[in-house]
Structure formats: structure tokens, C-alpha cells
Write a protein that binds this ligand. Structure first.
Ligand SMILES: NC(=O)c1ccc[n+]([C@@H]2O[C@H](COP(=O)([O-])OP(=O)(O)OC[C@H]3O[C@@H](n4cnc5c(N)ncnc54)[C@H](O)[C@@H]3O)[C@@H](O)[C@H]2O)c1
Length: 345
């Protein structure tokens, strides 16, 4: 089988810890190049992972390497520039979450990607766990009935990432755009991706730059970002055209236990993930059942799905339209919080 060629932009944590190790597990993918504005990082990962070429910009990389797609692993504020450069070069795109810094960037990306006609997939790995796969199949078969309510939380008591993550100019925001994009996207997907219409949300800036000791944090690469102007928690409710609603809660710092909740409720049964339980009725009595799902590595599966789509021409599960809709939800959350009222999405 001919190898698919990937070039990576962004030689930071996500590339080093999750994307590159998963590419290296496959013999149907060839990593042809890597680029980072801090070229020494690209050089280091090129040496570690045996990548033949490294560059200091995506433009230089696109001019000097062969690739079928670009894997975008840069900070959020650079997603649009990299995606637009890749699209103009006619390359398919796998883009780390969130799609973009803000809705304006996301719409610019959409225009260029559609003009170029290249495949695009948003990297939202929690859609690709074995539990999520099985649950979405059950929802599609109608086994839960009409899904009309859902609840999700991705809260950390203390877990603010370092570096650019807290600088709105580079990140676009705090836990809403960083963690909300995981848990809201996953829950929305499990609800069957109904059309979002309204959102009411609030964000807090209560704890800020905490100094609590003994806590592990996601370490972004060093950058010139010194800002700390993002929210540290948020909550709200998203309403959908079909009448369903989704409550959410996210935090990087909150004086409450850290939680990771994905729960959907249908007219016939409900479900929670991690651990996976179906809340239904059996022979007329309440029953809690755990379907057998096995285990798959969500990062491996995400990449596997994208490569499968490139080979077959199938539409990715987290495609361009869904990525833009997710960005509209994030934009609605921030607008609602700013205006202190419900807003249309
Ligand atoms: N899927 C997940 O679970 C998950 C986890 C963490 C981060 N992420 C996402 O991955 C992306 C990167 O996060 P990270 O933690 O690896 O950050 P990081 O700071 O460790 O790495 C980002 C790298 O991008 C480089 N960069 C920035 N702009 C660039 C540009 N225009 N051209 C070339 N290089 C550029 C920086 O120099 C840095 O080395 C973010 O979008 C983040 O939201 C996803």
C-alpha cells in the first residue's frame, strides 16, 4: 500500500507526546517534515523521530517537502494561518482542537478550505474512544429514544496549563476553548449533533494565577506570552433546534472536585461514560447496564480515522461544518458571558 505522507507544523507537546508516537506505530504513514517557528524544536523532534526534514515556517516546509496532508499542532492563534497556507498548497488538513482562535478565524479557514476543496478534520480525540463509538451507534439505532437532555463537565480543581494557554491573543480563551471544546463537542456528538440555536453562559475570573503546590500542569513550550487574561471557569446551557439542551461546566481552577462527566438522557434510556453505564429498564425494573466496549487509544483511533477518510474519500466524523459549528458554540458562550444574557448561535 502506498504510504500517506504527513508534514507536521508545531513541534510542541501535543506533537511530541501524542501525534508523532502514533504515526510511528504505523507502517502506512511517512512523516516527511516538521516545522516550528522555534526551529530548534523542529530539529530536536526530527532527530528523535527520524524525520528527514525540518523547517522554521510552514511556508518553507510546503515549498520543500512532499506531503498529502498537514497536521496542525501549533497554538490556537496560529491554526488559521497554517490551515490557510496548507489549503492554498492543496494539502489536506488535520487540525488540533479548537478549530481556531475565534469564529472570525474559523470562517476564514472555512472559506479557503472550501475554495481549495481539500479534506479537513478537527482533532477532537474524545469522540474516538471505544465507549463513545458504541454509545453513538446506540443513539443512531434509537436505543435511547429521543435524546432531549445532556450534561457535561470537564473541571479541574487546579489545572491551568502553562505558557500561551492563558494569553487570550494566542489561545482565544481559557477552559471554555481548551476543555469545553473536548467535553461539549463529545456530548454534542453523542446527542447526534443537533443544530445549536441559543446559549446562556457565564465565565469567572475568580482564582487566576494560582500558586498552589504539588499539582501537575499541562506544560506548553516556552513562549514570549506573559498574559494571564483568560477565564478560569465557566458554566452554561446550550439549546438546540430540536428542543434538546446541554448543560456544561468547565474549569482550570475551581474550589470543587475535578470531574469529567458525559451524560445523555433519552426518552427510553440514558447513558454516562467513564465508566460506561446505560440507565434503562429491564423487565419493568430500573436497570444499570455496562456494555462491553474493549479499549482503543483515542489518539491512535483519531489519526486512523483521518487516514481511512483520506484513502476512501469518506467524510471525517469531525468534519469542517461540525468544526465551524463547534466554534460557533464557543463564540456564543463567550458572547453570552460578556453580555450577561442568552444569545443566538
Ligand atoms: N487533543 C488534545 O488533547 C490536546 C492537548 C493539548 C493541546 N492540544 C492542542 O494542540 C495545540 C498545541 O498545543 P501544545 O500543548 O502542543 O502547545 P506547545 O506550546 O507545547 O506547542 C506549540 C508549538 O507551536 C509552535 N508555533 C506556534 N505558532 C507557530 C507557527 N505559526 N508556525 C510554526 N510553529 C508555530 C510554537 O513555537 C510551539 O513550539 C493547541 O491547539 C492545543 O489546543 C490538544
Amino acid at each position: 500500500m502506498e504510504k500517506i505522507k504527513v508534514a507536521i507544523v508545531g513541534a510542541g507537546n501535543i506533537a511530541r507526546s501524542y501525534h508523532l508516537p502514533n504515526y510511528k506505530k504505523r507502517d502506512d504513514v511517512e512523516i516527511t517534515a516538521i516545522a516550528d517557528i522555534k526551529v530548534e524544536r523542529a530539529q530536536k523532534l526530527a532527530e528523535t523521530f527520524g524525520i528527514p526534514k525540518y523547517f522554521s515556517s510552514i511556508e518553507e516546509m510546503l515549498e520543500n517537502c512532499e506531503c498529502d496532508y498537514v497536521d496542525i499542532c501549533v497554538w490556537n492563534g496560529s491554526h488559521a494561518a497554517c490551515a490557510i497556507a496548507a489549503a492554498r498548497a492543496g494539502k489536506a488538513i488535520l487540525c488540533e482542537k479548537p478549530m481556531a482562535l475565534n469564529l472570525e478565524h474559523a470562517l476564514m479557514m472555512k472559506e479557503e478550505i472550501e475554495k481549495a476543496g481539500v479534506p479537513f478534520m478537527l482533532a477532537v480525540p474524545t469522540r474516538y474512544t471505544s465507549q463513545a463509538k458504541v454509545l453513538r451507534e446506540m443513539v443512531d439505532k434509537g436505543e435511547l429514544g429521543d435524546v432531549y437532555y445532556a450534561k457535561t463537565a470537564y473541571t479541574r480543581r487546579r489545572g491551568t496549563p502553562t505558557g500561551w494557554f492563558t494569553d487570550t491573543k494566542k489561545s482565544g480563551g481559557g477552559p471554555v476553548i481548551d476543555l469545553g471544546v473536548h467535553c461539549i463537542d463529545r456530548t454534542w456528538y453523542l446527542m447526534g449533533n443537533p443544530k445549536p440555536v441559543r446559549v446562556s453562559a457565564s465565565t469567572s475570573y475568580a482564582i487566576g494565577d494560582w500558586k498552589t503546590k504539588g499539582v501537575l500542569r499541562w506544560q506548553a513550550e516556552e513562549s514570549e506570552c506573559t498574559g494571564f487574561d483568560t477565564e478560569d471557569s465557566a458554566c452554561g446551557v446550550i439549546h438546540f433546534e430540536n428542543g434538546a439542551s446541554l448543560m456544561f461546566e468547565v474549569s482550570w481552577a475551581l474550589n470543587a472536585p475535578g470531574e469529567n462527566i458525559t451524560q445523555i438522557c433519552g426518552s427510553k434510556a440514558g447513558a454516562r461514560l467513564d465508566p460506561f453505564v446505560i440507565y434503562g429498564e429491564t423487565f419493568g425494573y430500573l436497570s444499570d447496564n455496562t456494555p462491553e466496549t474493549g479499549y482503543i487509544d483515542m489518539f491512535y483511533e483519531e489519526i486512523d480515522h483521518f487516514i481511512h477518510c483520506l484513502r476512501t474519500g469518506e467524510k471525517p466524523c469531525s468534519d469542517l461544518d461540525q468544526a465551524v459549528t463547534m466554534q460557533r458554540i464557543l463564540d456564543g458562550i463567550y458572547r453570552s458571558a460578556k453580555l450577561h444574557k442568552e444569545v443566538e448561535i
